[in-house]
Design a binder for this molecule. Structure first.
Ligand code: NDP
Length: 487
């Protein structure tokens, strides 16, 4: 049975309640996890508060060294963690490996930044006086993580939080606690310093409490001792997070849903664009916040583009992520599969045509899991759910356009504004897209991918604040104005 990690110890929930974690590919129980509640969060808060006194006092360089050591431990155990991730989440082993690689890369990025934090010296109008801006850790942070990328989205919170000298409590999604607990157990074992001076990371600097959003999540949001909330998840829950955490005037960042447009102009490198549309939509079975969710094709290249994409989809083996042959795993939970099905059916009922897929993947072992075929839809009207809503699964609506202005206008006609891309070799088109697309990220001739080096986040209903990049550190540091007068 899996445990939680509080104050450096692997523990059961106070209530001793547990719940089953199931494999979305087979329905089989992978393991059980502690069903935590408010009491477990209170214990984690106590541990994180005690740890903060020590961890915030560790030199920035040693905090970075500890994060680097954590990365080494994760790399050494990546095979075991990948298996856990595939079994609880459904993604292929290849995708799980990439996720662990991304987690490590992100943690290494913040390990490097820990000792590079800068303040400021400010001349003041008063004679003999100057100001300083010092940047201090905030205290205990709460990181609430969804099920689509349990590890990387945990790392985008834990990395900058620890580098800045904060302590953190992570709440994974109920359905994906296992790889997270194992990775955090390893992170807690990280060391810094050499020889006799070597120390282990302060116990309680990282904690993980498993259990439902309605109890564990709520306590993290409302408890005033947690000063900073980093949330990744759906837009409706994000609204709730802001309301509840706002009552305690917490610092909140929200990474929410998206409906990224991909615009393909008449002069694009079509071969490359087709490959990236496939990865951008169908990687992780389409369960990505950023990803190609609406495909806009210039009418002169639409037929060729769709033909190329269909050829790729024909070869995409859907199945259990543990099999080497599998190229796309199941949707993570049954309710999410139903949601995608209903969105696709809604589009069909409004006149959309199915170019590929459009139904469950069936037969043999596939009937045990939540499988769905990669799906392409054309002739999709503006009022279809797949146009207006986020599609969090392997279905892609395809639209055509005549001019760049039309493509940008349609792209912006969404409540979301997370990612976007344009495929062109024309600088005027590219600059127009960079300037006019309402999104936190614009990729030009590039995959929808969240680089650790660049700020990542959304506008409109896609969220507030940024993760990734040096910018994310700002959300974990409190600037303090200081005045010094020579008397
Ligand atoms: P949810 O919003 O349902 O859940 C996200 C997390 O919030 C889970 O840990 C969940 O716990 C928790 N939670 C649920 N209710 C509460 C509550 N009342 N208080 C506190 N925490 C709560 O999202 P999904 O897990 O379904 O993830 C999919 C969504 O995440 C998609 O919309 C996707 O676009 C978005 N996402 C955004 C990203 C971004 O960076 N912008 C990246 C990845 C995903 P529990 O599991 O126990 O319910």
């Amino acid at each position: 049975m899996a445990k939680m990690l509080i104050g450096g110890e692997l523990v059961d929930s106070v209530s001793k309640d547990t719940y089953e974690v199931r494999n979305p590919a087979t329905g089989a129980v992978v393991d059980t996890a502690p069903k935590g509640n408010e009491k477990d969060v209170l214990q984690a808060i106590q541990a994180a508060e005690t740890a903060f006194k020590e961890w915030s006092d560790v030199t920035a360089e040693d905090r970075g060294n500890a994060l680097m050591s954590a990365c080494e431990l994760i790399k050494k155990n990546s095979g075991e963690i990948a298996q856990l991730l595939t079994q609880e989440q459904g993604k292929t082993l290849f995708e799980a490996g990439l996720e662990i690689h991304h987690l490590v890369h992100g943690l290494e990025f913040y390990a490097g930044l820990a000792s590079k934090v800068r303040g400021a010296h400010v001349p003041l109008p008063q004679k003999g006086a100057y100001g300083m801006v010092v940047r201090q850790p905030i205290g205990i942070c709460g990181g609430i993580v969804p099920w689509n990328f349990p590890l990387t989205l945990m790392g985008t919170k834990l990395g900058p939080a620890l580098a800045a000298g904060n302590t953190i409590i992570i709440k994974p999604a109920s359905t994906t606690p296992l790889a997270t607990v194992r990775a955090i157990e390893l992170i807690q074992q990280a060391t810094f310093g050499e020889g006799k001076a070597q120390k282990q990371m302060t116990k309680g600097a990282v904690n993980v409490v498993t259990g439902p959003g309605s109890t564990v999540g709520e306590e993290i949001l409302r408890n005033p001792r947690i000063r900073r909330i980093a949330f990744t998840g759906s837009t409706p829950v994000g609204r709730h997070v802001m309301e509840v955490a706002g009552r305690e005037i917490k610092r909140v960042t929200l990474e929410l849903g998206g409906s990224d447009p991909m615009i393909v102009m008449e002069d694009a490198n079509l071969d490359m664009a087709v490959k990236m549309a496939d990865i951008g939509r169908f990687f992780n079975c389409g369960q990505m916040c950023l990803g190609v969710k609406r495909l806009f094709l210039h009418e002169s290249v639409a037929e060729k583009f769709v033909g190329g994409l269909v050829e790729i989809l024909k070869k995409k083996t859907v199945g259990n992520g543990m099999s080497k042959e599998t190229r796309m795993g199941p949707i993570h939970i049954e309710s999410q599969r139903q949601e995608v099905e209903e969105q696709v059916e809604d589009a069909k009922s409004r006149g959309a045509k199915t170019i590929f897929g459009g139904e469950r993947a069936k037969g043999g072992d596939l009937d045990k899991g939540y499988f769905y075929l990669p799906t392409l839809l054309s002739d999709v009207p503006d009022d279809a759910r797949v146009t207006k809503e986020e599609v969090f699964g392997p279905a892609l609506p395809v639209y055509t356009f005549k001019t760049i202005d039309e493509a940008i206008e349609k792209s912006n006609a969404s409540e979301f504004g997370l990612g976007s891309s344009i495929w062109t070799r024309n600088l005027v088109y590219a600059n127009k897209a960079i300037d006019k697309l309402q999104a936190g990220n614009v990729w030009v001739n590039s995959l929808h991918y969240g680089y650790d080096e660049l700020p990542f986040g959304g506008v409109k209903s896609s969220g507030v604040g940024r993760e990734h990049g040096p910018e994310a550190l700002d959300y974990y540091l409190e600037p303090k104005g200081v005045v010094i007068v020579n008397v």
